[in-house]
Write a protein that binds this ligand. Sequence first.
Ligand code: NDP
Length: 280
Amino acid sequence: MSASVIDGVAVSKVVREKLAGQVAALTAQGRPPGLAVVIVGDNPASKVYVRNKVKACGEIGMHSVLIEYPADASQAEVLARVAALNADPAIHGILVQLPLPAHFDAQHVLESIAPEKDVDGFHVANAGALATGLPGFWPCTPHGVMVMLDHYQLPIAGREAVVIGRSNIVGKPQALMLLARDATVTICTSKTRDLASHTRRADILVVATGRPKMVGGDMVKPGAVVIDVGINRLPDGKLCGDVDYDSAKQVAGWITPVPGGVGPMTITMLLANTVKAAGG
Ligand code: NDP
């Protein structure tokens, strides 16, 4: 058996076409959605990410501004800029690209973003809203996973879902989103004993560890839905996920590739959150 591919590029295209329509409608009503992207320093990966975010905005007709600071910028000047963006009616979404330089208190900077403009969903108010089932902005990567599951009409309620990883940006919110949809959720971490005994009973397995190919086909339940969040660069320059795609594909029912799986959905959900923040 070979798993069906969950195609994040194709799902993104469908969602982005719908968003482009909403952007056009909001713009026609005199409320063009706007996203501000703040980056501090010159981390090469971060620079690629922010460029891709700004480009994606342009592709759906959405206004965006890129605000760049050198690595030695002070936290006070960045906080002052965020405060100005919070008050700017042309800006509906604000994101501060992580990681920030070591002399920043990243959590403090994230908390300075007005929750109603926090389109990354990292503010404690939005994290709390997700945990308690109140409306708010959900972190983009796990939200994108939920949109993919729904796009392919893969059932969630009552299923055994195992999430490997408990970061605030992926694992923990992913588990909460699956729980909200009535999955029976297990969260595994680096301290979990006998990881395979958990993964082998997962109907839905989400892997977000940053450990290249750590989940092989022998750890997958036959027919399972395998979602690989990992993005790792191998010494030969190629990208790979946290799942060993070739062996897992022989066992799973559905699987996301890397690249072309979860990755494209992350930016798509950022666009979706910004349109939502603008009232779309
Ligand atoms: P973090 O490093 O913040 O978290 C990794 C998590 O994995 C931790 O909870 C850690 O456990 C757990 N873990 C590590 N090793 C093991 C192991 N051997 N067994 C079980 N659990 C383990 O990473 P992120 O959540 O930020 O990112 C995870 C991956 O997803 C990375 O590859 C990242 O590049 C990718 N990513 C992809 C995105 C996309 O757009 N597709 C967006 C964001 C991230 P513990 O807490 O015990 O240390």
